[in-house]
Design a binder for this molecule. Structure first.
Ligand code: HEC
Length: 142
């Protein structure tokens, strides 16, 4: 019984580890994508989330201005929940508009060029968000 249990623990640990490695691995091959994501992040996100992505507090009243984005994987059993984070950044998921959301809806914000058609704009936005996610996945606390 004990043996079965410890085997199960090892299997669970190994699958959690491989999931983490996998999540980071799919992006680590593409340094250009990660770099582009970092540039986007520095341009659009650091005002609230801080240059190191570690979040900001309002020191006067101890309220969080924006959360620490390096702890996302840690808070989720070591797995970076890529599509969940994608939805948060994209921001147009049903319901989001009804929440007291302070975070900007980047699905609208990340496209400034009006010279392309709607379909192309959508593709540009999604590419930009994926790049930001690639970057965020590389700065997760262990
Ligand atoms: C105006 C301030 C502000 C800016 C700019 C901003 N955020 Fe946020 N962000 C927040 C706040 C506040 C939250 C917490 C949820 C809420 O209140 O909407 C948040 C939450 C998040 C979360 C969810 C974190 C979690 O643990 O679930 C992610 C991911 C995120 N932001 C990424 C980004 C990215 C990427 C950018 C730039 C493209 C960005 N944010 C720009 C304020 C901001």
């Amino acid at each position: 019984m004990l043996r079965i249990r410890s085997t199960m623990i090892i299997v669970t640990t190994l699958s959690a580890l491989s999931a983490t490695v996998f999540a980071v691995d799919i992006f680590s091959a593409d340094q250009a994508l990660i770099h582009s994501g970092q540039t986007q992040f520095e341009k659009n996100c650091t005002s609230c989330h801080n240059a190191e992505a570690t979040g900001k507090m309002d020191k006067k009243n101890g309220v969080t201005i924006a959360p620490d984005l390096t702890q996302i994987a840690k808070k989720n059993d070591g797995i970076f929940p890529m599509w969940q984070i994608y939805d948060v950044i994209y921001g147009k998921k049903a319901g989001a508009a009804h929440q007291a959301r302070k975070m900007p809806i980047w699905g609208d914000e990340l496209v400034k060029s009006r010279s392309v058609n709607k379909e192309s704009r959508e593709a540009i936005v999604r590419g930009r968000i994926l790049a930001i996610i690639a970057y965020l996945s590389t700065i997760q606390a262990k």
